[in-house]
Design a binder for this molecule. Structure first.
Ligand SMILES: *Cc1c(COP(=O)(O)O)cnc(C)c1O
Length: 360
């Protein structure tokens, strides 16, 4: 068996100890004589797993009892639709910040649902190279909420600081959840598709202030209401039991590293190594503004598309996969989520140095 250096954007690398633990429990978990995928979601064993996954999230992120922690299906994309349905009451408006591909997708859904969607800032004219400064946002006093994407997975930018808003701030943190310390109390809601930092695809983690759960208009289908899932402890219907189990193992793993602040330090060091190499030579070009560079998704360009293609294919031969930039923007992207070890970064850096020496 040979594991690659995995720079995939999502689904992405998972921590090796988590995969090994899941493997060791695959045929018989907790003495049940079954795998987690074969047992009732209402069994005492699974109850223990989901309670422990929620407790792990709460402890690591410092989530108070004012918030519900939900494990939903449909990925982060379903949240793009559920948020306006539930949280923007009829006839009201919501503010959206457009920082790139994912923020734009959320805006598209908000424009379809009943109610007004104000795009209060857009980075489009600047090719989405940065997040807005808080003072650039002209927020509407009567907006029901303000929606941001805290880390743009494709563009490789993030908010260095989050805006202070009077309306509840809602953040799509899919590609950076648990990668840096945040103050949950600054947000009305945080959500994330699991497959970047905390588990497999098909599962979304939602952390939502309990008072917001009450907002939902009666016209919203039962399955689409946050209240339904909150009242049923994410067990209204059969949840992604395997996914929730992996989230539990990942929270244990992050805790074993020293929690999110320790994780953040490692992540900053990993990203710092890559950015300093990119900035050290004209051979590599960063399209992002230094103020907003992501520490999860590092994007850069080479002098030509031919060289970029060559870079990706030679990297693959050297055991490094997932480095091709998203098809919408091209270039190179290294997604260096929590589970990507320093060893992978060091291997990439030494590959880049020899590639530059041969082609620069
Ligand atoms: C991947 C991603 C999504 C989409 O997640 P799905 O689970 O595929 O719906 C949404 N937002 C961001 C920031 C992402 O990185």
């Amino acid at each position: 068996m040979a594991r690659v250096y995995n720079f995939n954007a999502g689904p992405a690398a998972l921590p090796l100890p988590v995969l090994e633990k899941a493997q060791s429990e695959l045929l018989d978990i907790m003495g049940s004589g079954m795998s987690v995928m074969e047992m009732s979601h209402r069994s005492k064993e699974f109850k223990e797993i989901i309670v422990s996954a929620e407790a792990g999230v709460r402890k690591l992120m410092g989530v108070s009892d004012d918030y519900a922690v939900l494990f939903l299906q449909g990925g982060a994309s379903l949240q793009f639709a559920m948020i306006p349905m539930n949280l923007r009451r009829p006839g009201k408006s919501a503010d959206y910040v457009d920082t790139g591909s994912w923020a734009s997708k959320a805006i598209k859904e908000a424009k379809i649902a009943d109610g007004a969607c104000n795009v209060v800032w857009s980075g489009k004219e600047e090719s989405y190279m940065r997040a807005p400064k808080p003072e650039e946002l002209k927020l509407n006093p009567d907006a029901e909420y303000v929606h941001i994407c805290s880390n743009e997975t494709i563009g490789g930018i993030r908010y260095p600081v989050f805006p202070k808003t009077s309306a509840p701030l809602i953040a799509d943190m899919s590609s950076e959840i648990m990668s840096r310390v945040i103050d949950v109390n600054q947000f009305g809601m945080i959500y994330a598709g699991a497959q970047k930092n905390i588990g497999p695809s098909g599962l979304a983690l939602v952390i939502i202030r309990k008072d917001l759960i009450e907002r939902t208009p009666d016209s919203v289908p039962i399955i689409m209401r946050y209240s339904t899932h909150a009242e049923n402890g994410s067990l209204y219907n059969t949840p992604n039991t395997w996914g929730i189990y992996i989230v539990k193992l990942i929270t244990d793993w992050v805790a074993s590293i020293g929690g999110i602040s320790a994780m953040q330090k490692i992540n900053e060091e990993k990203a710092g190594k890559l950015y300093s190499l990119i900035d050290s030579s004209d051979f590599w070009k960063s399209p992002t503004d230094k103020s907003s560079r992501s520490i999860m998704n590092v994007v850069w360009r080479l002098p030509s598309e031919e060289l970029e293609e060559k870079f990706v294919s030679e990297a693959k031969k050297a055991g490094m996969i997932g480095l091709k930039g998203h098809r919408s923007v091209g270039g190179i992207r290294a997604s260096i989520y929590n589970a990507v070890p320093m060893e992978a970064i060091d291997a990439l850096i030494s590959f880049m140095k020899s590639f530059e020496a041969a082609n620069g």
